[in-house]
Design a protein around this ligand. Structure first.
Ligand SMILES: NC(=O)c1ccc[n+]([C@@H]2O[C@H](COP(=O)([O-])OP(=O)(O)OC[C@H]3O[C@@H](n4cnc5c(N)ncnc54)[C@H](OP(=O)(O)O)[C@@H]3O)[C@@H](O)[C@H]2O)c1
Length: 453
């Protein structure tokens, strides 16, 4: 059956930088069939050739539009005009029986009007598993707005037809977390509070907000990063063994983690980089946080008492996303003066994906000195050819109806509950916003509160 991928927001940054290059790679690799059609939806008065020219000019990576040209058509549509959706439906119907993905690569303010018009025009009819609809993050701005959006979607569509993207879940090492945990006895056997001392989940960026002021100032680090990427990573680290590795079983376990999640208010550090208020289109009184640190706990028998430190921010000293699992000392270690007190497992997500493990090891030679050694596996360094981008995996899964890497409604609901509580505490308890010139302004504050960090 022919695949039709319809992209709303086809002139946007996400489509140009991520979606079209991912589709092109999938076509090149023959993972998408040759007759796949991409319908690029936009409000601008373009012909397909003009649209492709626009993509070429605006692509930062010299995107080769010639390769994708035979598979792509531009379709002008007014997102508020139901008749335009009916016209689109007639066009799609003319291809006979097809598998249809409707990808909403637009800002959150447009989601509901586009989705309801897709439903009203029967572009996607409830229960038809050959038609699905994909939403970018953020899914809502808080619990109330997310519930409203979801309530509307459930009027028109089945949960099985909804694909809520958190692109971190398409990253190679995030997909690898469960394999590392459950397919290695050394970790599987010690993945609990008797052996794990703490977990750090860190996503640091050097970038400022760039040109995203409109979105970012209404969001901030908690909503932009913690609600989605960091909590998803936490759930994969903390969940129990699922009944199977099928989508629903995995999500059931993740939801149990979110249900038992709480945070320690005293640990909270929020910051805003110096100069944020001078960024274009930022309100001079803005209290939006560009940095968050907090200590959370998952009150399950497996992880009770283990601190999960979450940290994310902009304008920091390096770009790095990593999960660090720190293990307890062995009783024997106390008898020796070792360079390394604890073993650490690093699950590295960016900039290079991989795993490393730090161990104590005897220095080779006649003496009994001990040194710290790192066992290192760099995925990108060992891969043959280019590593797939997260969006390639996610688009492929959408066309094949694999839902494990997309978030279910109850995951979103509980994660917003967690974030809303923190936001409320910031307001009620007047948690101070630290203006940071350099990252050490924040790190000093964190170590004052959390020696272990
Ligand atoms: N960019 C990324 O790397 C990235 C990563 C993760 C998630 N996301 C999410 O993906 C979504 C899209 O992001 P983006 O960066 O691509 O945004 P963007 O560059 O601002 O693009 C927005 C798109 O929506 C269209 N649009 C805006 N208002 C419209 C209206 N009233 N009627 C019709 N079309 C309208 C724009 O069309 P015009 O060009 O005609 O204005 C453009 O095609 C956002 O929810 C964002 O949070 C983006």
């Amino acid at each position: 059956m022919r695949n039709i991928i319809t992209i709303f927001g086809s002139t946007g940054d996400l489509t140009i930088r991520k979606l079209l290059p991912a589709i092109k790679r999938l076509l090149e690799e023959k993972l998408l069939e040759k007759d796949t059609l991409v319908l690029a939806i936009g409000r601008r008065n373009y012909q397909t050739v003009e649209y492709l020219d626009f993509v070429k000019k605006n692509s930062p990576h010299k995107f080769d539009v010639d390769f994708i040209a035979p598979n792509l058509e531009y379709f002008k549509l007014d997102i508020d005009a139901l008749s335009d959706y009916q016209r689109l439906n007639e066009k799609i119907q003319s291809y006979g029986e097809t598998r249809r993905v409707f990808y909403l690569a637009v800002g959150p303010d447009l989601l509901t009007s586009i989705a309801s018009n897709i439903g009203l025009s029967n572009l996607v009819t409830k229960g038809d598993l050959n038609a699905s609809i994909t939403f970018e993050k953020p899914f809502g701005q808080d619990l109330i707005s997310a519930r409203e959006i979801n309530g509307l979607l459930w009027q028109y569509f089945d949960e099985k037809q909804l694909y809520r993207i958190d692109h971190y879940l398409g990253k190679e090492m995030i997909q690898n977390i469960l394999t590392v945990r459950f397919a290695n006895k050394i970790f599987e056997g010690s993945w609990h509070n008797h052996a794990i001392k703490n977990v750090k989940i860190i996503a640091k960026e050097t970038d400022t907000i760039l040109s995203r002021a409109g979105y970012y100032d209404t969001s901030g680090a908690l909503k932009d990063m913690v609600q989605s990427h960091l909590l998803q990573m936490l759930a994969l680290v903390a969940m129990e063994v699922p009944l199977s590795y099928q989508s629903e079983d995995l999500k059931n376990e993740k939801v149990k983690v979110f249900d038992k999640l709480r945070y320690d208010r005293k640990s909270l550090v929020i910051g805003q980089y110096e100069g944020y208020l001078n960024e274009p289109n930022i309100d001079q009184d803005s209290k939006t946080e560009t940095f968050v640190f907090l200590k959370a706990f998952v009150d399950t028998p497996r992880f009770k008492g283990v601190p999960f430190y979450l940290m994310t921010g902009k304008a920091l000293e390096e770009k790095e996303s990593v999960i660090i699992i720190e293990f307890e000392e062995t009783p024997e270690q106390h008898k020796w003066d070792l360079p390394l007190k604890t073993n650490k497992l690093y699950i590295k997500i960016a900039p290079l994906d991989g795993i490393s493990l730090t161990l104590n090891s005897k220095v080779p030679g006649l003496r009994n000195d001990v040194e710290q050694v790192d066992l290192e596996y760099c995925i990108a360094c060992n891969a043959v050819g280019n590593m797939p981008e997260a969006y390639e995996k996610l688009i492929l899964d959408m066309t094949e109806h694999h839902k494990s890497l997309f978030t279910r409604w109850d995951e979103i609901e509980l994660s917003w509950q967690f974030i809303d509580k923190i936001k409320q505490d910031i307001k009620d308890k007047q948690i101070p916003l630290t203006i940071y010139k350099k990252p050490s302004d924040l790190y000093d504050l964190i170590t004052e509160k959390e020696e272990a960090f």
